[in-house]
Design a protein around this ligand. Structure first.
Ligand code: CTP
Ligand code: MG
Length: 344
């Protein structure tokens, strides 16, 4: 109707050409990226803790397996981030909560510190601190979809180095501006990485792995997870595109500030395209899912990663996208101003 078309005009008017001197800031953005990457030493410590925990847990449950997932395993983790672990265990006698409580006991006996069993959380976990490595971690149970989507993200990161650079800078911006807080209605780090993958798919810097012939295939709670994972064969995929991380950052924020159609569009890395809210029946609020910004999960396709966003936080988020887009367009020091802490 009228409303939609006038909104489209507004979007089009605001599309600007990328600032001509944006590339001069690339070294600054890359040095921010370098400062956030975890050291070899830290990665070794994470592996050491995984090994120690696996040994302890396997004594009690020989057929279980402990997986790293999330930022420590998807290659989008900053230094000093907490470790996400998932215990895969096939135990018909015990409920998830029973397993969490038993796990807490096992860890207690194994001399780990600050152990807390959070059995009433949406995803029940055990939290702990390890004095040997100084690392903290969260362990969940049988959440294998997260293990598989972690591998998908890691595989995408191996195709073109600009994905990891872009996503680190976007995550750093989101944390500085406090729009990476799902309990406040803003987006998860996982959602931001998916948004970056989508942008690079549209620019033909990344392929759509789920549309290619599958070389890995698992079915988890009715969700089929199948995609091409021989990513070493795709190392030159994006080489024809010479855009720098600064111009990609500009494109990212311009897209979310001025080009994305919040009324109609869903971004989907599963298809490598924008699909319609209408097609997914995501046009109205159902329960707590408001679908004000729609980001399809690559495997759990009924899951909108934007479902945490409400009518207040959507405003905050869109204002932050606009602020970032304007800084990248006009500011004399975008690599500083972009990350200025949000002051309430
Ligand atoms: N995850 C998911 N669905 C979501 C959010 C998260 O499956 N809606 C899973 C993903 O496997 C993701 C992991 O949980 O990799 C951790 O999510 P998150 O904390 O958002 O990302 P991290 O990569 O751990 O980022 P951070 O550095 O902020 O901890
Ligand atoms: Mg995390």
């Amino acid at each position: 109707g009228h409303h939609v078309s006038s909104q489209r005009v507004r979007f089009q008017r605001r599309i600007r050409a990328c600032r001509y001197d944006i590339d001069q800031f690339t070294p600054n953005f890359l040095s921010i990226f370098d400062s956030l990457v975890p050291s070899e030493e830290e990665i070794a410590k994470q592996k050491q803790l995984l090994a120690a925990l696996s040994r302890l847990i396997n004594k009690e449950w020989p057929n279980s397996k402990l997986y790293l997932y999330g930022s420590c395993a998807n290659s989008f983790g900053f230094s000093n981030s907490d470790i996400d672990l998932c215990l895969s265990i096939d135990n018909k006698e015990m409920s998830k909560v029973d397993i969490i409580l038993k796990l807490a006991e096992i860890l207690q006996a194994g001399n780990f510190q600050n152990i807390q069993a959070l059995t009433r959380a949406r995803v029940p976990i055990v939290k702990l601190m390890d004095q040997v490595t100084g690392l903290s971690c969260d362990i969940c149970v049988n959440n294998l979809l997260a293990v598989v989507n972690t591998k998908l993200l890691r595989d995408y990161a191996q195709i073109d180095r600009r994905l990891r650079q872009l996503a680190f800078i976007v995550k750093h911006w989101a944390k500085s501006r406090r729009v990476n807080e799902t309990y406040q209605g803003t987006l998860s780090s996982y959602a931001y990485v998916i948004m970056c993958i989508h942008l690079l798919q549209l620019r033909r810097i990344l392929p759509c792995l789920q549309e290619m012939d599958a070389t890995c295939n698992v079915t988890l709670d009715d969700n089929q997870c199948a995609y091409f994972d021989h990513v070493d064969k795709l190392k030159n995929y994006g080489a024809h595109n010479k855009e720098t991380v600064s111009s990609l950052l500009w494109a990212f924020f311009h897209y979310w500030a001025y080009q994305h159609d919040y009324m109609q569009d869903v971004i989907s890395i599963r298809t490598g395209r924008i699909i319609s809210k209408h097609m997914k029946d995501w046009t109205r609020r159902v329960g707590n899912d408001r679908h004000l910004i729609c980001i399809e999960d690559p495997f759990e396709t009924s899951h909108d990663l934007g479902r945490v966003v409400d009518k207040f936080s959507i405003k905050i988020l869109r204002e932050e996208f606009e602020r970032a887009a304007n800084i990248l367009q006009y500011d004399a020091n975008p690599s500083v101003t972009l990350f200025e802490p949000y002051m309430p």
